[in-house]
Write a protein of this length. Sequence first.
Length: 244
Amino acid sequence: MNNPFQIQPELRYGAPVCDEILTGRYFTIGYSWYFRQAKWTLEIINRNNYLPNEAERMNNFRADIRIPQRFRAGLKAYKNSGYDRGHLVASANNDILEIQNSETFLMSNMSPQKPNFNRRIWKKLEEATRHLNSQDNVLETYVLTCPVFYFDREIETIGDEQNEYGIDVPVPHAFIKSVLAEDDKGKLKLWTFEMENKELDGDIEDYLVVTYDAEQTVGGRFWDRISGTDMHKQKKDPIEIWDY
């Protein structure tokens, strides 16, 4: 079997451990059977940006049939739950081709998110990553997104009572997004954010964290194929660097 770390370009710099790696056409999901959702997703923002932008938002939410039914969430799990089907890999990060955008609507790419989180500061962070990627001297922008569970807190679940397997989907307490940018000089820069799954005030830079600390929370190195300078233990870079 081919090693996905050798054939999937978004895995070039590594990824955390997971139960199962689901390689897609345009991004990769590290799936957790226990939590019935992704442990992480990894993408290169619009890696087909040499093509004309022709895709509209597909909105074709659907189950990911690569996952056994007893380990996956369906559409009914979210119905009347009070939670959004929150994209981990953003739809607008993949809007060059229809098939590319369509893949972001697999339920394996969703986690339960509070509406006033998903539609506000989380959206703002997604927009900021696209702004970073649009800079002339940024060649590629890698985005790792992880749902987070704090085991010293009670875990709420949403579920599908009509599902024969009685699926319950745990609601993440927070989300981590680690952004790795490669510029035209071959230099890598790294920013990591941790945001609780609730309405948040302030600006996105208020939620910058040390990547090493975020790795301890998730339980695994994020960019484990990078050698040399230990970027994971670097201090929090100021957000102004996003303007390059």
